[in-house]
Write a protein that binds this ligand. Structure first.
Ligand SMILES: *Cc1c(COP(=O)(O)O)cnc(C)c1O
Length: 431
C-alpha cells in the first residue's frame, strides 16, 4: 500500500506527555534574575495557566480540547506514505515511510501547537500574542491559528528574512497578523541593539527578546514559542500517535525513526510516542536527530543551563546549547538556526536514547532533489535534512541486505523556498 489514510474520527483525542516516563526528571527552568527554580506565578506574565500546567504535568495523557480538534480536522489526520519510488531508485530492501505534515495550510507541522496555544490564551481572555519568526514558518502558523480564536498576532521577524523572503510575510498578513522587522525601534531591546549597530541583520534570539519584552509589559498580551518547550513537544505528539495507528494497519513497526531538529518539536512529535515503547523495553527502535553542520546544537553544543533569547529575558533551561549569543551562519533551512534544543530531546540524547548527526547544506539539497524527482513532493529545506540521513541509512541496508522499516517526518513542503532550490540547481549553494 502506498498511502495510509486515517478517518477524521481517528485523530487522537489525547496528546502523549513523556515527562512521567523519562528515565530521570528534567532539571527545572530557572528564574533569569534569581537563578532559582522559577515559580509558576512568574510564568503567568507570559503563558496561560493551562500551558504552564502542561509544561510540568505528570499526567501521561492530556485531553485535546474539542475546539482544537475542530481546527485540526481542517488538515488532520495527515497521510503516511510509503516512499516506493525512492526505495526503487535507491535499490534498497529498506521500507521507507514518511509522515507528511506539509498538508497543513501553513505548510508544516507548526500549526499542531499554534492552534492549542492560541486556544488556551483566548480562553484565558488574552487579546494579543507576540512571537518571533525566522524564515516565517512559525509566524505564519500562529497567524493562521490566531484568527480562529479572535487573538491578535504580532510577529517580530528576523530582519534579513523580512527583506529577503517576502512571501511568508504576505502569508502572515493575509491571515491578519502584524509583522515587524527585528531588531525594531519599538522595544528597549531592539533600540539598544540598533544603537550599537544600525544595520544589525537580526537573529531569532533578538526577535525573542523583543517579543517577550512586549508581552511582559502588557497585561492583555502573552508570548508564544513555536518549539523547544515541553508543551510544544506535547502538542506535536499527534504526529507520532497517528503514525503509530497507520503503521499498525500495515503491520509494520519502525526500526529507525529520523527527523530534522531545530528546537526539536517535529522530531519529538514523531518520536516520543514510539519512545514510550522503547522506555518500557517493548522495542529497540533507534532514533536519529538530524541537524545542520553549521548549527550543530546536539553534536557540538554543551549540556548546560542557558537562556532561550539573546538579551536574557527568558527562564534558563537545561539543554544542549551553542550559547545564547551564538549567531548561526545564514543557511536556507532557517527553521534549524537556533542555538538551543528542547530540554526533553537534550535529556534523551544525554541518556543515550537517541543519536544525532550533523549534515552539510549541499548534501541536504542533493537529497531533497532526489526526493522530489522520485516521490514528487518538494521538501522544506529543514525536512530535507531528515531525507539526507534516510537515504544514507537506506543505502546501508542495501549493503547489508537488511529490510529495516524506516519512518521519518517530512515536516513541511518547500514551495516557498524555491529561491534556495534555484541556488542549488545553479551550483551557487555552499556549505
Ligand atoms: C520550524 C521547522 C523545523 C524545525 O523546528 P523543530 O521545532 O525542530 O521541528 C523543521 N521543519 C520545518 C518544515 C519547520 O518549519
Amino acid at each position: 500500500m502506498k498511502k495510509i489514510i486515517l478517518e477524521e474520527s481517528e485523530i487522537p483525542k489525547q496528546w502523549y506527555n513523556i515527562l512521567p516516563d523519562l528515565p530521570s526528571p528534567l532539571d527545572p527552568p530557572l528564574d533569569p534574575e534569581t537563578k532559582q527554580p522559577i515559580s509558576p506565578e512568574k510564568l503567568k506574565a507570559l503563558f496561560p495557566e493551562e500551558l504552564i500546567q502542561q509544561e510540568m504535568s505528570d499526567k501521561r495523557w492530556i485531553d485535546i480540547p474539542p475546539e482544537v480538534l475542530d481546527v485540526y480536522a481542517i488538515w488532520r489526520p495527515t497521510p503516511l506514505i510509503r516512499a516506493v519510488n525512492l526505495e526503487e531508485y535507491l535499490d534498497t530492501p529498506a521500507k521507507i515511510y514518511y509522515k507528511y505534515e506539509g498538508t497543513a495550510p501553513p505548510g508544516s507541522h507548526k500549526p499542531n501547537t499554534a492552534v492549542p496555544q492560541a486556544y488556551y490564551n483566548a480562553k484565558e481572555g488574552i487579546k494579543k500574542l507576540t512571537t518571533e519568526t525566522g524564515a516565517g514558518q512559525w509566524g505564519s502558523s500562529l497567524a493562521f491559528a490566531g484568527q480562529y480564536f479572535g487573538v491578535e498576532v504580532k510577529v517580530y521577524m528576523v530582519k534579513v528574512s523580512y527583506l529577503q523572503k517576502p512571501y511568508r510575510r504576505v502569508l502572515m498578513e493575509t491571515w491578519g497578523a502584524k509583522v515587524i522587522p527585528s531588531p525594531s525601534p519599538y522595544t528597549k531591546s531592539g533600540r539598544e541593539i540598533l544603537k550599537e549597530d544600525p544595520d544589525n541583520p537580526g537573529s531569532l534570539g533578538i526577535a525573542i527578546s523583543e517579543a517577550v519584552e512586549e508581552a511582559l509589559e502588557n497585561s492583555d498580551t502573552h508570548y508564544s514559542l513555536g518549539s523547544v518547550l515541553n508543551h510544544v513537544l506535547l502538542h506535536q505528539t499527534v504526529i507520532g500517535l497517528e503514525a503509530k495507528k497507520q503503521l499498525a494497519k500495515v503491520k509494520h513497526y519502525p526500526d529507525l525513526i529520523i527527523g530534522s531538529v531545530g528546537g526539536g518539536s517535529n522530531f519529538g512529535g514523531l518520536a516520543l510516542p514510539f519512545m514510550l515503547d522503547r522506555l518500557s523495553r517493548d522495542s529497540c527502535t533507534r532514533f536519529i536527530a538530524v541537524e545542520p553542520a553549521s548549527c550543530p546544537t546536539l553534536t557540538k553544543g554543551r549540556y548546560d543551563y542557558d537562556f532561550g533569547d539573546t538579551v536574557g529575558f527568558t527562564p534558563l533551561m537545561k539543554m544542549h546549547t551553542l550559547g545564547h549569543d551564538f549567531i548561526p551562519p545564514s543557511i536556507h533551512a532557517g527553521g534549524l538556526r537556533y542555538h538551543g534544543m528542547a530540554p526533553i530531546i537534550s535529556k534523551l540524547y544525554d541518556e543515550g536514547l537517541l543519536e544525532a548527526v550533523a549534515v552539510p547544506q549541499t548534501e541536504v539539497f542533493k537529497a531533497a532533489v532526489d526526493f522530489a524527482r522520485t516521490e514528487g513532493i518538494v521538501p522544506a529545506p529543514e525536512s530535507a535534512h531528515a531525507v539526507k540521513v534516510v537515504i544514507d541509512e537506506a543505502l546501508k541496508c542495501r549493503q547489508t541486505g537488511e529490510q529495516k522499516v524506516i519512518l521519518f517526518n517530512l515536516s513541511g513542503h518547500g514551495l516557498l523556498d524555491l529561491m534556495a532550490y534555484q541556488k542549488y540547481l545553479e551550483g551557487e549553494l555552499s556549505d
